[in-house]
Design a protein around this ligand. Structure first.
Ligand code: EPU
Length: 422
C-alpha cells in the first residue's frame, strides 16, 4: 500500500507538461482491436494504471503489443481470435465496456464482463445497449457479463436519451464496420469523443460530425493500422490550473489545447485569477485574493464534472459562499467529508455542495475516495497548514500519471511512501 505525504504551504511555480487524455486513450486502445491488418502505433498515451489494465486485456484477447516507450504502444490486432473479455482487469475499470463495441464491430460478437470504475453514481449502460440493438445486435446480460451478437450490423438512427460520453463512443465504434449509414443524435461533444473519431478515421473509418450534436458514420468494410497521437488531457490540465490558483502560484500548463479549457479558464478568471492563453499552453497566476463563485457541471463545452472536485478544494478557502451543483453524477461529493477533516466548511444538500470559505485548511490523514476526489485531496494537501497523508491513492494512479513528480517539479513538498496496510 502506498500513500502520498504532502507538507503544505509551497507556492507552485514553473511549468508542467500535460499528458495524453485518459478518457481518449481508454477508448482508443480498445478500438485498436478493430484493425484487421497492419499495426497501430499510438503515442502520447498517459502512463496510468487504467492504460496498463487495458494493455493486459488487449494481450489476453490476442493482440501483440510492443511498448516503444512509456507513452507509446505498437498494437498488432491481426491475430485476435478471442471475443470474451473476462479477466479481473475488465471488472476493475469503466472503459473496458469499449471492448463490447469494438469486438462487436469487427467480429459481430463479444462477451465482456460488466465494468467497474469510480463509485460516483449508478452508471447504467442502457444507452450503449440501445445503440447496439438499433444496429441489429442481440444483447443479453447474464452471469455478470454483457453478451452481444449479430449476423450483421446495419446502420440505423439512434437518438440518445441522455448525453453520454461512453454510449456515444461505443455506438460510434460499433457503427464503424456496419453496413450503411448510422446517424447518432444528442451525442456527447467532449474532446475525447472527437479524438476517438479521429483515430477511427485514421484507421480508415468514415465518421463526420464528431464535436457537434450529430455524428454520421458511413460503414466501411475493414480498418487497418495507423499512427496516432492522443489529444492532451483536458482534465489533467484543469487539475494543474486549479492547483496553481489554489496555491497563489504562477504555472505554465503546457501541451494543452486552450480551447478545451475555456470553461475552466473562464471560471478561474471570474474568481479573480489570471489565465493567459498561448498556442499550446496556458499560464495561471493568482496573486490577489479570489472571489466565491457558483458552478454547475454540464457536458462539454460546459464545466466538466471531472474537475468539479478539485475546484471544491480551491473554493473551500475562498472567502464567501460558493455553490457547486453536480448535474452528471449523483454521488460525486464524497470527498467533501474528507475536506471537512481538514477544516473545510461545506454542506452537501443533494447534488449541491454549499461551500463557505474557511480561513485555512489543516493537514490530516484523508482518503482518495475516487480518482478526481484524490486530485482534490492532493490540492488540499498543497494548501493546508502542516502535513497531509492521502490513503487509497490507487484511485489517483488510475488516471494521473506520476502526479507527485509533476507537483514536486513545481515546488511542492510531496512524496510517495509505502505502508504495510491501510
Ligand atoms: N448514462 C445513462 N445511461 C447510459 C450511459 C450514461 O443514463 O447508458 C448517464 C450516467 O448515469 C450519467 C450521464 O449519463 O448520469 C453521463 O454519463 P457518461 O456515459 O457520459 O459517463 P461515462 O462515459 O461512464 C465518462 C468518463 C467520466 C466522466 C463522464 C462524464 C470515461 C472512461 N469516463 O464516463 O470520467 O465523468 O464521461 O464526462 O470516459 C473520470 O475521468 O474521473 C470520470 C469519471
Amino acid at each position: 500500500m502506498e500513500r502520498l505525504v504532502i507538507n503544505g504551504g509551497n507556492l507552485l511555480k514553473g511549468s508542467v507538461d500535460i499528458n495524453g487524455a485518459k478518457n481518449a486513450a481508454v477508448a482508443i486502445l480498445p478500438a485498436a482491436i478493430m484493425a484487421s491488418e497492419g499495426k497501430c502505433t499510438i503515442d502520447n498515451i498517459p502512463d496510468i494504471e487504467d492504460v496498463h489494465c487495458l494493455e493486459r486485456i488487449l494481450r489476453d484477447l490476442g493482440c501483440d503489443i510492443i511498448k516503444i516507450d512509456n507513452n507509446t504502444l505498437e498494437i498488432d490486432s491481426t491475430n485476435v481470435n478471442k471475443f470474451d473479455a473476462n479477466t479481473d482487469d475488465v471488472r476493475r475499470m469503466r472503459a473496458s465496456y469499449y471492448f463490447i463495441g469494438a469486438l462487436l464491430s469487427r467480429f459481430k460478437e463479444a462477451r465482456v464482463l460488466l465494468p467497474g470504475g469510480c463509485p460516483i453514481g449508478v452508471r447504467p449502460i442502457d444507452q450503449h445497449i440501445k445503440g447496439f440493438e438499433a444496429l441489429g445486435a442481440d444483447v443479453i446480460i447474464e452471469h455478470g457479463a454483457v453478451k452481444v451478437k449479430a449476423d450483421k450490423l446495419v446502420g440505423a438512427n439512434v437518438f440518445f436519451d441522455v448525453v453520454s460520453v461512453g454510449a456515444t463512443i461505443n455506438v460510434m465504434i460499433a457503427a464503424t464496420l456496419a453496413e450503411g449509414v448510422t446517424v447518432l443524435e444528442n451525442v456527447a461533444k467532449e474532446p475525447h469523443v472527437v479524438d476517438v473519431a479521429n483515430f477511427l478515421n485514421s484507421m480508415g473509418a468514415n465518421i463526420k460530425g464528431a464535436g457537434t450534436d450529430v455524428i454520421r458514420v458511413t460503414g466501411v468494410e475493414s480498418l487497418k493500422g495507423c499512427a496516432y497521437s492522443v489529444v492532451p488531457d483536458q482534465i489533467e490540465a484543469g487539475t494543474f490550473m486549479i492547483a496553481a490558483a489554489a496555491t497563489g502560484g504562477d504555472v505554465y500548463v503546457r501541451n494543452v489545447i486552450p480551447k478545451h479549457l475555456e470553461s475552466i479558464s473562464a471560471k478561474l478568471i471570474e474568481m479573480g485569477a489570471t489565465v493567459e492563453e498561448g498556442d499550446d499552453c496556458v499560464r495561471v497566476t493568482a496573486d490577489k485574493p479570489l472571489k466565491a463563485v457558483n458552478i454547475k457541471t454540464t457536458p462539454y463545452p460546459g464545466f466538466p464534472t471531472d474537475v468539479q472536485q478539485p475546484m471544491s478544494t480551491l473554493l473551500s478557502i475562498v472567502p464567501g459562499r460558493s455553490l457547486i451543483t453536480e448535474s452528471i453524477w449523483e454521488n460525486r461529493h464524497k470527498h467533501i467529508d474528507e475536506l471537512k477533516k481538514m477544516g473545510a466548511n461545506i454542506k452537501v444538500e443533494g447534488r449541491v455542495a454549499i461551500i463557505d470559505g474557511a480561513e485555512k485548511l489543516t493537514g490530516a490523514i484523508v482518503k482518495a475516495t475516487d480518482l478526481r476526489a484524490g486530485a482534490a485531496m492532493v490540492i488540499a494537501g498543497l494548501i493546508a497548514e502542516g502535513t497531509t497523508e492521502i490513503t487509497s491513492i490507487e484511485h489517483i494512479d488510475r488516471g494521473y500519471p506520476h502526479i507527485e513528480n509533476k507537483f514536486r517539479a513545481l515546488g511542492a513538498d510531496i512524496k510517495r511512501i509505502k505502508v504495510d496496510e491501510e
